[in-house]
Design a protein around this ligand. Structure first.
Ligand SMILES: NC(=O)c1ccc[n+]([C@@H]2O[C@H](COP(=O)([O-])OP(=O)(O)OC[C@H]3O[C@@H](n4cnc5c(N)ncnc54)[C@H](O)[C@@H]3O)[C@@H](O)[C@H]2O)c1
Length: 325
């Protein structure tokens, strides 16, 4: 298949491109290369995809493009005639949505609207797009099920992700566009995102800096290993053109207390974390916990990488990438 991956220079996007190439698909990657975090890391991810494509003699091309630019995006759709589209481009991050809300509206709402319109116009067989566990807000019932209410988001970021699901629902019903949203749960691993806790903690512990532990450590997250997440994304992309459900959770289904998570990094790195306990942050939620029974039922797959193993892999990559002994 010929598949468009937006956000291809991003954490999940770059891994998705690599996995799709390994499966023999033709991949067109697109990203606006914004400087929300280190652009050199994004460039290195694209170089990595190119290297893998070369080794595999796979077909990969990469374009710098903003999904907010509907006319520019249409030129690509018209030329490439994609079978499927995987939309991972977005302004990510909960905290940053309090600083720069406009960037969320542009990328996550206007950009996503352009993707929906073009998928309909160019008869894309299936749009698979990133949603987020943040749509559950402070859902008290665990594990979080796709049937739980998601009408109390705690940040604009979460609100845009919920809006994506509603927009996709309308395009699916009214314009017959098969669309599937994947609610990712705190993804970590090699080539990770420097703005997220797993990466920040890893770097700061290695460098002997003091980490801030939010809500005095009384938080838990369903940390999910990148290879599991990408396996799930690819299964849905390669699956039937229309999924049985409009959205699926995809997470480890095994929440870990923040202090235990820090303990895993200490174990991998052999270094003790210096911690400062601080208050709950605006927009944060207390826990996340994915029920993945629907994903298992419909795609025969669920994430299963144990946390310590995933952290060890992340540390190995970190050492090699940043050339640390
Ligand atoms: N990593 C996680 O734990 C997590 C959890 C829940 C949801 N998500 C979602 O998964 C998707 C991928 O996340 P990620 O962790 O890889 O983030 P990321 O920031 O590493 O990747 C997103 C990529 O999209 C690009 N991008 C942003 N706005 C764009 C635009 N307007 N046009 C073109 N490209 C644009 C960025 O440059 C970046 O490379 C996002 O939609 C994110 O909201 C991620």
């Amino acid at each position: 298949m010929k598949i468009l991956v937006t956000g291809a220079a991003g954490f999940i996007g770059s891994h998705t491109c690599v996995e799709l190439l390994k499966k023999g698909h033709t991949v067109v990657g697109l990203d606006n290369m914004n400087d929300y975090y280190d652009v050199n890391l994004k460039k290195a991810r694209v170089s990595h995809i190119r290297k893998v494509a070369k080794e595999l003699k796979g077909k990969f091309s990469f374009t710098v493009k903003d999904i907010e630019d509907g006319a520019g995006l249409e030129k690509i759709f018209r030329k490439e005639k994609f079978d499927k589209v995987c939309n991972l481009a977005a302004q990510a991050g909960v905290r940053y949505s309090f600083e720069n809300p406009a960037s969320y509206i542009k990328s996550n709402l206007i950009g996503f609207f352009n993707i929906l319109e073009l998928c309909v116009k160019y008869k894309v067989k299936h749009l698979v797009y990133a949603s987020s566990s943040s749509v559950y807000g402070n859902n008290a019932k665990v594990p979080f099920s796709e049937d739980d209410r998601t009408d109390d988001p705690q940040s604009l970021y979460a609100a845009t992700k919920k809006s994506n699901e509603l927009m996709a629902h309308v395009y699916s019903k009214q314009y017959n566009l098969p669309a599937t949203g994947l609610r990712f749960f705190t993804v970590y691993g090699p080539w990770g995102r420097p703005d997220m806790a797993p990466f920040k903690f890893m770097r700061m512990i290695i460098e002997g800096e003091t980490i801030e532990v939010y809500n005095h450590g009384n938080l838990s997250r369903d940390f999910s290993y990148i290879d599991d997440i990408v396996k799930g994304v690819v299964k849905v992309l390669e699956g039937p053109n229309r999924s049985k459900r409009e959205v699926y959770n995809i997470g480890n289904s095994s929440p870990v207390a923040l202090m235990d998570f820090i303990g895993c990094i200490e174990k991998s790195t052999g270094k003790k974390a210096k911690k400062r306990m601080v208050a709950m942050q605006r927009g944060d939620v207390y826990t996340t916990f994915a029920s993945v029974s629907h994903l298992k039922e419909d795609y025969g797959f669920a994430p299963n990488t144990p946390l310590q193993k995933g952290i060890d892999e992340f540390y190995n990559w970190y050492k090699a990438f940043y050339k640390i002994d």
